[in-house]
Design a protein around this ligand. Structure first.
Ligand code: ADP
Ligand code: MG
Length: 696
């Protein structure tokens, strides 16, 4: 397969330089290898020959065999068409071309046998086919009964490139070359009884039967995920065995004082388990890279605090980075309050921090008197230098790019342990594929006594009742969010509905102060408005999805989501997580139009039935496909998955993961002769930036 990678697509028989350029720009096909990896999306059955006399109006594309009796050019200019009268002995039909007439004229002759493939239509009582695929009975493809239909672009179609060209190029290429050498390790192919590469590539393009096609797809899907799994597991093993990390054997005064004196409640079982997992990492002397996944409200912050305290107990500093100023401020306030009895020096650094205070923080960071620094992206600025950073906690990971994480790493010679916390419940298969190189801890338990959020689906005529119920909550001292969709922050229409909504809300709830935020506000204004709500001065916050991540107001008990039908499930779940953070019953009300599509209604109804983030995430992935779930995760993928659907191919992912583990256990460096071809293929397939691989 390797020599195919270096065979420029323009030298593949029948392609040539002009089409090569098109293939490259339209489909990213640069080499013969890329061409073979351009798989059909579906297949047509060409085993049946139909008789024109049996045609009926509902037929899909069908195949007929016969001869042209005559040809005529009709019409002129733009209306010109070329019409052939075609008979198969049972009846005659018209075959019409509107484009590419010159080449049709040159290539088709009367009285020669052809096989046509197209959809029969009726015109003036006669059967017709326009632009059918034309084969001669002796053509290369004639014996291929199942043919692939290839993904194309409009431009390619307009330039006369159709599935048929791909079939011919690929067939010609495969027939002119020796069998493709297997690239997966022989041990894997034999133990899993996979179809060999050569057979699989031939079968996926031109299967003899459905069984062969399924086995080919299975093999090629496995291969896609296997490359990723081996790559990630290999990096992970390498990091664990070679990337030095700070050894933190001590649990001392800071941790114990906190645990015994400050902890306001018993840890949940899940919190205890995750703290244990972190402690085990810190005893290895290797760098920790751990993702803590836990639904909103599961108590990730406490876990982070304890991890930071262990660093402090071992004479090092710690930091916690949050995605927004508000969230950083809230973290700072709750952490410094929690840690007051320990006497530790906790500071806050954000964009708005004044120069004098900044200088003081820098100085304390440098001389080591600052123990824990909480902040925003401001932590990543060049002049922020820790004396000895031992633990970096990153909250709500998906808001930070991978590059930023890498910068944090480079601060000291030995990088800090990294703990990433995310509330985005990532479905298992996706996590296994994308985070194969992070260790994952899951907090799958909420603190006791939480009442599940009651989620209700309501329609326009019920608006008044919704407002009444909200009013009652406000009168009891609670707070409410009202969220409007602002999917594209540039959409004037959305902005209008938001500002109108704001006016209506102020009018309806005159007794209460209403804060107002959206993404097009200046940051200071946004902070000011958010601050009004966070402090409790404003009792209602009218907002767009800017609040999705980054506010913690336990007193808020109502979340109204307007036009809920326009949000994705995961987004609704994130928004819902803004309430239900205190002990009181909270409500999430999904407001929707009445006339929504059945599957939209199903989506919204699912929200009313479950508060389990993992169930929501799985359903979201099933409905939307994995690509949309999280942009940054996808960018962590070493290459595109062409066949595998992470939402439905969980089994393949599991199989690949297990096989990768077995392979690397027996040959960690992939240095054995048996695995040499695989290693070369892996290295040619997977290319990733150094940044990403170093940090995670
Ligand atoms: P998240 O996982 O969303 O970051 P937080 O760490 O903000 O959750 O915790 C949510 C709320 O639950 C906070 O008010 C926190 O004090 C509280 N909490 C955390 N752990 C426990 C526990 N074990 N028992 C009771 N309440 C807890
Ligand atoms: Mg949190």
């Amino acid at each position: 397969m390797n020599s195919l990678r270096t065979l420029d697509i323009k030298y593949v028989k029948g392609v040539g330089p002009k089409r090569a350029e098109l293939l490259a720009s339209q489909l990213g096909i640069h080499s013969a290898y890329d061409l073979l990896r351009h798989y059909p999306t579906h297949y047509v059955d060409r085993s049946q020959i139909y008789r024109i006399i049996d045609f009926d109006g509902d037929m899909p594309a069908v195949q007929v065999r016969g001869r042209f009796v005559s040809f005529n050019t009709l019409g002129e200019g733009a209306k010109m068409r070329y019409v052939g009268l075609f008979s198969d002995g049972t009846r005659a039909m018209e075959v019409v071309w509107f484009k590419g007439i010159t080449s049709i004229k040159r290539n088709l002759v009367p009285d020669k046998e052809y096989v046509l493939f197209g959809k029969p239509t009726q015109f003036n009582g006669r059967w017709q086919m326009s632009h059918p695929e034309v084969d001669t009975p002796d053509s290369l493809l004639a014996s291929k009964e199942i043919r692939g239909v290839y993904p194309l672009t409009e431009t390619l179609r307009n330039r006369g490139i159709a599935s048929r060209q791909f079939q011919i190029w690929i067939q010609t290429l495969l027939e002119s070359r020796p069998a493709l050498k297997e690239t997966l390790p022989a041990s894997v192919v034999s133990s899993l009884k996979l179809m060999p590469l050569d057979e699989a590539i031939r079968a996926i393009h031109s299967p003899n039967d459905n069984g062969a096609l399924q086995r080919a797809r299975e093999r090629l899907k496995f291969e896609e995920v296997f490359y990723i799994q081996v790559d990630m597991q290999r990096r992970n093993r390498k990091r664990k065995s070679s990337t030095a990390g700070h050894l933190m054997p001590r649990v001392g005064a800071a941790f114990n004082t906190f645990y015994n004196k400050c902890l306001p409640f018993e840890l949940t079982g899940a919190q205890k388990r995750v703290v244990k997992e972190i402690r085990a990492d810190l005893l290895t002397g290797k760098q920790m890279n751990r993702l803590v996944q836990g639904d909103v409200g599961s108590g990730k912050t406490l876990v982070a605090v304890m991890a930071m305290l262990i660093a402090v107990d071992n004479g090092m500093q710690a930091c916690l980075m949050a995605p927004t100023e508000i969230l950083a401020t809230q973290h700072y306030e709750s952490i410094s309050q929690l840690l007051a009895p320990t006497g530790l020096n906790v500071r806050l650094l954000k964009g708005a921090t004044k120069a004098a205070e900044r200088r003081e923080i820098h100085a304390q960071l440098a001389d080591g008197t600052l123990d824990i620094l909480v902040g925003t992206h401001a932590l990543l600025e060049d002049n922020v230098e820790f004396r000895n950073l031992g633990m970096a906690v990153i909250d709500e990971q998906h808001r930070f790019g991978v590059k930023q994480r890498a910068r944090l790493w480079t601060k000291n010679e030995i990088g800090p342990h990294v703990l990433v916390m995310t509330a985005t419940p990532i479905p298992r298969t996706l996590a296994m594929t994308v985070y194969g190189d992070l260790d994952v801890s899951i907090i799958d338990e909420l603190p006791p006594g939480r009442k599940p959020i009651a989620t209700l689906l309501r329609y326009e005529p019920q608006r008044l009742q919704v407002y009444k119920a909200t009013y009652a909550q406000l009168r009891e001292g609670r707070q409410a969010y009202i969220v409007y969709p602002l999917i594209d922050e540039n959409e004037k229409l959305d902005l209008r509905s938001l500002t109108e909504g704001y006016d209506i809300i102020r009018d309806t709830f005159r007794d209460f102060k209403v804060a107002f935020v959206h993404g097009r506000m200046k940051p200071e204004e946004k902070d000011y408005q958010m601050g009004l709500f966070a402090s409790g001065e404003a009792r209602i916050l009218v907002a767009t999805t800017v609040i999705e991540v980054g506010v913690n107001v336990p007193n808020a008990s109502v979340m109204i989501i307007e036009n809920a039908e326009r949000f994705g499930l995961s987004q609704l779940h994130q928004l819902r997580g803004r309430v239900g953070r205190g002990a009181d019953q909270s409500y999430c009300i999904l407001m929707s139009k009445h006339n929504i599509a059945a599957d939209t209604r199903k989506r919204l109804e699912l929200m009313t039935k479950t508060t389990d983030g993992f169930v929501v995430a799985e359903a979201d992935m099933q409905m939307r496909g994995p690509g949309d779930i999280e942009g940054t995760m996808q960018s962590g993928m070493p290459f595109d998955l062409k066949l595998t659907n992470l939402a439905t191919d969980g089994q393949v992912v599991q199989m690949a993961r297990d096989a990768a583990e077995i392979l690397l256990d027996s040959d960690p460096g992939l240095t054995s002769a048996d695995n040499a071809a695989f290693r070369r293929a892996l290295e040619a397939t997977v290319n990733r930036t150094a940044d990403w691989s170093r940090i995670s």
